[in-house]
Design a protein around this ligand. Sequence first.
Ligand code: MN
Length: 418
Amino acid sequence: MQSMTRPPLTLIHTSDWHLGHILANHERDAEHAAFLAWLLDQLDVQEADVLLVTGDVYDVANPPVSATRRLYAFLAEASRRRPSLLTVILGGNHDSAARINLPAPLLDEARVRFFGNLPRKPLAEGGSVPDLDTLLVPLPDRNGTTAAWLAAVPFCRPGDLGTETLETLYAAVAEAGAARAGGLPLVLTGHLHVAGGAVSEMSERRIVVGGEEAQAASLFDSRAAYVALGHLHRAQTIAGPCPIHYAGSPFPLSATERDYAHAITVVRLAGAGIDLVEVPIPRPVPFLAVPARGAAPLDVVVAELEALAFDDSLPRERQPFLEVTVSVTGPEPHLQTRVLAALEDKPVRLTRIVRQQTALPGARAQLAGAVLGALEPAAVFAALHAARHGGHPPADDLAKAFASLLVDVNTAPLAGDA
Ligand SMILES: [Mn+2]
């Protein structure tokens, strides 16, 4: 009967904006502007009560002023358009916690909340513990009545956790959250890699593989009505004891994300049930690949590039991105020159030229079983060259260049000696 009298609470979950992102020297600000203008409209269209951003708001800890301005202008406009909206912004692993928290004193905390880092409170006997009271946020519906609770857990650095582990932290958060919610829906959050999620190679892996273990979905408690996650850039639901969902990034941050269906997640929480809908984000700039899949020999790639036709009227910041992948079996000294020549004067933004070696067996077999200390660097180089270049050993000048490089390396002072 509750759902008859109380309208469902509508929460929009979005993540991994990476404001200030630069892709191969190309700024993404025009794309962020387009996304945020669309998001402002969606707040109205979906009649949002809560906007939740689950980390990596900025691309780097010290973002450019234009990125900060972009966020602040968005928050001001969102508050102006929807006076009842509560916005909650969490820090991600790319964010500086202090940078995220910075504008908080200027803003009404009933309207905008920042959790750059896990809040902690000091203990009388010394030390500190996670401040569960602070991170539990009541979520008001459009009438101002608390309709759900949010446990705002941002990306946790070892210093945030102290003696806790993620397991003990999330167990304590779920316990306190469920008690506080008293039967109302509880939303948990996080910015972390949960096992079972698909990882994009270029933009997340450099962070994900940096020693962080993927967490099990059992980290989250079945008492949560919804777990809103950030970190992985593909919008996806993870199997677990409750609905666990990555909202994903708003547009591709690298070529590996170009096939993702970027979306915001509209979550309607009413009584016992939740309704979860991914609303696709219009892509402001196309992301092309030549060839469309895999790699092709240089002549094929060049012919395809020369045949490309584009809209000449687009301003630079709206021109498509392009990644080129060439399969090579030997040295291709003119590869880059020929690719660039084929694209000359074309209104397209090249992000990367990938050389994909056609793998040849040989080097591994030759080196298999060798004792590392007994290997001659020149022999390893020769074997690798042969493996990658059709069985040919390096030419004399290349072998000499390698030998001279080796001398330089062996005689150079060690980094850090200074
Ligand atoms: Mn991210």
